[in-house]
Design a protein around this ligand. Structure first.
Ligand SMILES: NC(=O)c1ccc[n+]([C@@H]2O[C@H](COP(=O)([O-])OP(=O)(O)OC[C@H]3O[C@@H](n4cnc5c(N)ncnc54)[C@H](O)[C@@H]3O)[C@@H](O)[C@H]2O)c1
Length: 370
C-alpha cells in the first residue's frame, strides 16, 4: 500500500505533492460527515503532559473555534486541575463522560497506550470525532477493536503524528515530488533513560513499549509518509547505561533496518540514553538528498546540484489541532493526514520491530494488520 500521496513507478514509490490540507491516505475511514456549528465542544480523556500541549493549542486558536467542556482522568485531582479555568465537568471514567456529556462533538484521547482502546470505543459509539495520541493502539488486537468501532460509527479521526504537519516536511515533499525514494536514513537521540524525567509508565516495556513504540514510531511514520509501506523489519536493541530493574524494563536503544514494498531500504537508530539530543530523517533519491532536522524545523540537502537550507517557524502541534477542528467543523475527514486506520499501519512497523528485537528474525508488519 502506498504512502498518502505517493504512486508506484518503476523502481519505487514516487512522491507526489500531497493535496494541500487533504489526506490522500488509502486507509482513511470515511471522508464526509455532517458539518457542525462552532465553537466545537471538546472533551479530554487523560489530562497529563500531552493533553496540556493540546489545551495550549486550543487556547491559541481561540474560544470561537472550540471549548473544552469535559475532562476525564483516573487521577481526579489532575482532571480537576486541567478543568480549572474552563468551567468544564470532571470525570474519572471515560465511558461515563461521553455518555453523560450530550453536547460533545469531539474528544482528545491522551491516555497512555495501554488505556487507549476503551476510550476510543466509547467515543466512537457516541459518534464523536476522535483525536488520538500516538501510538494509536497498544497491540494489534486492541487496534482492531478500536478500528472496528470507528468504522461502525464513521467518525473523523486523527492520530497525533504531528511531524506530518511540520512545514519542513511539507517542503521536502514539494522538492521530492516526482522523484523515486531509494533509501531513508534517520536517527533520533534524547535522554529520558538518563534523566528519568518521564512519568513512571514510560520506563515499563509492557506499558509503553519503550523508545521504539513510544517515540521511534514518529520517525517510522515519516518514513511511511514518503516511502510507502514497509515489507520487513530487522531490529536490534540494547541497554548500556542502566540495569534492568522492576521500574526500568525498557531497552535504551534500537537499531532498525527496513525494506519497503517498493524495494527502497532504510535504517533508523533511536536512543533514549543520549542527552546530546538530535532528530533527523533523510530521504535519498538519485539526484537529491534532503534531511529534515525535526528539532530545528530545518531542511538541508541538495536537489539537482542546488543546495537547500531552509528553516521554518511553524508549530506542528498547533497546525494538527487546527486542521482537526476544521475537519470536524466542516465534516471533512479528508483534511487529516493520519486517520486512525493509517496510524495502525505505522504501529504495525513498530510492533514488527519489537518482535524482531525479541526473536532475532526479520519480521513483517503485515502480520499485525490482517
Ligand atoms: N505527539 C507527541 O509528541 C506526544 C508527546 C508526549 C506524549 N505523547 C503520547 O500521549 C500519550 C500520553 O502521554 P503523556 O506524556 O501525556 O502521559 P502522562 O502520564 O503525562 O498523562 C497520561 C494521563 O492519562 C491518565 N490516564 C491513565 N489511564 C487513564 C484512563 N483509563 N482514563 C483516563 N485517564 C487515564 C493518567 O492518570 C495521566 O494523567 C502517550 O501515548 C504518549 O506517547 C505524544
Amino acid at each position: 500500500m502506498a504512502a498518502p500521496g505517493s504512486t508506484l513507478c518503476g523502481h519505487g514509490w514516487v512522491v507526489r505533492r500531497p493535496p494541500r490540507a487533504r489526506c490522500a491516505t488509502p486507509n482513511r475511514v470515511r471522508q464526509e460527515v455532517s458539518p457542525l456549528p462552532t465553537p466545537l465542544r471538546v472533551g479530554f480523556i487523560g489530562t497529563g503532559g500531552i493533553a496540556q500541549r493540546h489545551l495550549k493549542s486550543l487556547r491559541q486558536l481561540g474560544p470561537e473555534r472550540a471549548r473544552p467542556v469535559a475532562f476525564c482522568d483516573i487521577d481526579e485531582a489532575r482532571a480537576a486541575q486541567a478543568a480549572a479555568g474552563y468551567g468544564g465537568t470532571v470525570y474519572t471514567d471515560s465511558k461515563r463522560m461521553v455518555d453523560a456529556e450530550d453536547g460533545l462533538d469531539a474528544v482528545f484521547v491522551c491516555t497512555p497506550p495501554f488505556a487507549r482502546a476503551e476510550p476510543i470505543e466509547a467515543a466512537a459509539a457516541r459518534g464523536l470525532a476522535i483525536f488520538c495520541e500516538k501510538p494509536p493502539a497498544f497491540d494489534a488486537e486492541q487496534g482492531r477493536r478500536a478500528l472496528a468501532a470507528i468504522r461502525r460509527a464513521g467518525v473523523i479521526t486523527n492520530v497525533g503524528f504531528m511531524y506530518r504537519w511540520l512545514r519542513a516536511v511539507d517542503r521536502a515533499r514539494d522538492l521530492l515530488e516526482g522523484r523515486t525514494i531509494a533509501a531513508v536514513r534517520s536517527a533520533f537521540l534524547c535522554g529520558p533513560a538518563v534523566e528519568r524525567n518521564l512519568p513512571a509508565w514510560f520506563y515499563l516495556q509492557d506499558r509503553s513499549g519503550g523508545p521504539l513504540m513510544d517515540q521511534a514510531i514518529h520517525v517510522l511514520d515519516l518514513h511511511r509518509y514518503f516511502a510507502g509501506e514497509v515489507a520487513s523489519v530487522h531490529a536490534l536493541a540494547h541497554t548500556t547505561f542502566r540495569e534492568h530493574t522492576a521500574d526500568f524494563t525498557i531497552q535504551e536503544a534500537y537499531s532498525l533496518n527496513l525494506a519497503y514494498a517498493s524495494g527502497a531500504i532504510a535504517s533508523h537508530l533511536h536512543s533514549w540514553a543520549c542527552t546530546a539530543a538530535m532528530g533527523q530523517v533523510e530521504w535519498i533519491s538519485d539526484r537529491a538528498r534532503l534531511a529534515v532536522d525535526l528539532f530545528a524545523n530545518r531542511l538541508i540537502g541538495t536537489v539537482d546540484g542546488t543546495p537547500v537550507d531552509e528553516t521554518f517557524t511553524d508549530d506542528p502541534y498547533l497546525r494538527e489541532v487546527d486542521q482537526f477542528l476544521r475537519a470536524v467543523a466542516d465534516g471533512d475527514g479528508m483534511r487529516m493526514r493520519s486517520p486512525y486506520a493509517d496510524g495502525l499501519h505505522t504501529c504495525a512497523v513498530a510492533w514488527a520491530g519489537l518482535r524482531s528485537a525479541a526473536t532475532g528474525r526479520v519480521e513483517t508488519p503485515e502480520r499485525f494488520t490482517q
